[in-house]
Design a binder for this molecule. Sequence first.
Ligand code: HEM
Length: 146
Amino acid sequence: MTPIAPPRSPRRQHGALNTELYAWLFMRVSGVFLVLLVLGHLLVNLVLGEGISAIDFAFVAGKWASPFWQVWDLLMLWLAMIHGTNGLRTVINDYAERDQTRFWLKMLLYVASVTTILLGTLVIFSFDPCPAGQPADLLPSFCRAS
Ligand code: HEM
């Protein structure tokens, strides 16, 4: 068992930057932003419009035509991924006992997280619902109308 230092022992300093403190703070601050972003997302997608039945390819294409919703979705993606990754990092640190297991679980987590963030960001900014030069029967109907 790891010995726990008595309450009055001086705080251990790991270099000048206390990264665990900033990680702890980040979880609270990102949590507040996530509540606002997710509630706004649900309100606009499900409550203010025609509900779930209105959500299709064209709905997403319409939203991502606006830089405002691109940035909104980007913030949701980045904050949720970094928040979730940091949360799982804590869970791994708490529960994986062997150094090797902890190391490889965290490597797997970081690779999955960075891949998802990069692919998601790429999709948000490169999404083109009507790519030029594609056969008309493969494109959504609203592409033909314009
Ligand atoms: C919707 C708003 C959210 C709020 C307000 C919120 C808030 C929090 C807070 C305050 C903590 C720290 C708990 C602690 O240190 O004891 C936490 C931990 C965590 N969060 Fe979130 N979170 C939200 C969304 C998410 C999302 C979207 C994910 C996943 C992508 C996620 C995954 C986690 C994980 C894995 C932990 C670590 C759990 C643990 O330490 O036991 N959270 N959350």
